[in-house]
Design a protein around this ligand. Sequence first.
Ligand code: NAD
Ligand code: TDX
Length: 364
Amino acid sequence: MDNICCNWQIETKGNPKNMNYKKNILITGGAGFIGSHVVRLFVNKYPEYHIINLDKLTYAGNLENLKDIENQPNYTFVKADICDFDTIMSMFRQYNIDGVIHLAAESHVDRSIKDPFTFAQTNVMGTLSLLQAAKLSWENDFSNKLFYNISTDEVYGALLMDDSFFVETTKYDPHSPYSASKASSDHFIRAFHDTYGMPTIVTNCSNNYGPYQFPEKLIPLFINNIVNNKPLPVYGKGENVRDWLYVEDHARAIDLIFHKGKAGETYNIGGFNEWKNIDLIKVIIKTVDKLLNRPEGTSEKLITYVTDRAGHDLRYAIDSSKLKEELGWEPSLQFEEGIEKTVKWHLENQEWMENIISGNYIFN
Ligand code: NAD
Ligand code: TDX
């Protein structure tokens, strides 16, 4: 297969020791929000594994997210594009990869509405490039191998305002270019399982929040705007419902599923934690005002209703009973606790946000 897109100069950082690691795990998108939590968890918890974090460092990739583990001996960073098939092939060979946890993606719905092409390129063609490289490197001997794709609840479409949930068998019905591209990548994962027998797992998770989330997403954007007394752009009437999960709970689920999940299966991940946007925004306002010693309700005046997102899905709600019943996973944090932790982290790490806003965060 020819390179799907341009050649990418491979740059590595870290300590690729020639040790006999028990597993060599490729984590893609590890410099992003969720990926950085997954990399941190695996590097710290499994010194017997070599963790190779492959990331292109798009606007959303930030190596500051991983400062605390970058010098660990079992960690290697590789700057590369998942669409660059030749580079990915040589990575698989060089590091003898036996497990993939694939998070690299274009992840923001609003950007997908403006630029769907990039989403198809990275999320569909990039995933295919990784799958094909894994298949060829593993030479159709898939014993002790796993390709694990991190997906989203948005592939299932939108729910009504009733008591329905997305379950693992819900038919895919994506509406945004983002969710269409993620649905397509999930289909390719399952096609490689069904056609070639590759051991694959797909998990579909609800909205994540927590430290290191890029401030284009609702929660970090609004925390930063409240701190700086800037308007809070609420799409439509603020009536849309999202189901929120603290990012470290997602990372714990990924760890569990990577080790105990069954190949060929799909697992939904979510905390049964639905919030109407406007109610969630009021919780954020209350928490930031409290922690900044402002009188309660001070920042409510910042709420500004703006034109709705095109094709805005009304409601998402994940039923994660399968994961609880089969593997025993449950979220550890109550929502108010998670929001308070997230706001505190932002107040204590304002430099992280300032570096993003000033553009000083890009790796070079
Ligand atoms: P993010 O945008 O914060 O991070 C994405 C990372 O992928 C960045 O580090 C970026 O540099 C990297 N990347 C992008 N294009 C690349 C390419 N071509 N080659 C290599 N690296 C590339 O995203 P996130 O919110 O951390 O989401 C991670 C994954 O989890 C995505 O697949 C997303 O669809 C999925 N997901 C996210 C959520 C959520 O609420 N954020 C929920 C469910 C599933
Ligand atoms: O400024 C805003 N105003 C607003 O009202 C923004 C950025 C968002 N919103 C609304 C849109 C959504 O209903 O808030 C809700 C959450 O929006 P986002 O943070 O953009 O998340 P969402 O579109 O729900 O998608 C997220 O969760 C699922 C992630 O970005 C995806 O990567 C993940 O798959």
